[in-house]
Design a protein. Structure first.
Length: 95
């Protein structure tokens, strides 16, 4: 297994959604369901984290997959006039 692309035994690379005031929650929920394949409860939990903490962890993915999803989400949001942003990060140890 190539551990450079899949970090650690328990995880991978996190996709983190970053809150912005201008993107409607319904749009964000749709992105979470359609691009990250989260169910309604999982998507609602991420949106709750976004509003409370300013960011929400969407899941763990192999690095190439995480990078691809982040690029697609950004492109989709921009094409719909939204500034919704996501990023890829290595999970912090102990989380």
């Amino acid at each position: 297994m190539n551990t450079e692309n899949f970090e650690g035994a328990t995880g991978g690379w996190q996709i983190i959604m970053v809150h912005d005031q201008s993107t409607p929650a319904d749009f964000t929920l749709g992105v979470l369901r359609d691009f990250l394949m989260l169910d309604g409860n999982e998507a609602a939990g991420v949106v709750k984290d976004l509003k409370r903490d300013g960011r929400g962890v969407c899941g763990l993915y192999p690095r190439p997959t995480a990078n691809f999803i982040v690029e697609q989400v950004g492109s989709y949001a921009r094409s719909h006039g939204h500034s919704l942003r996501s990023e890829v990060a290595v999970p912090k140890k102990g989380r």
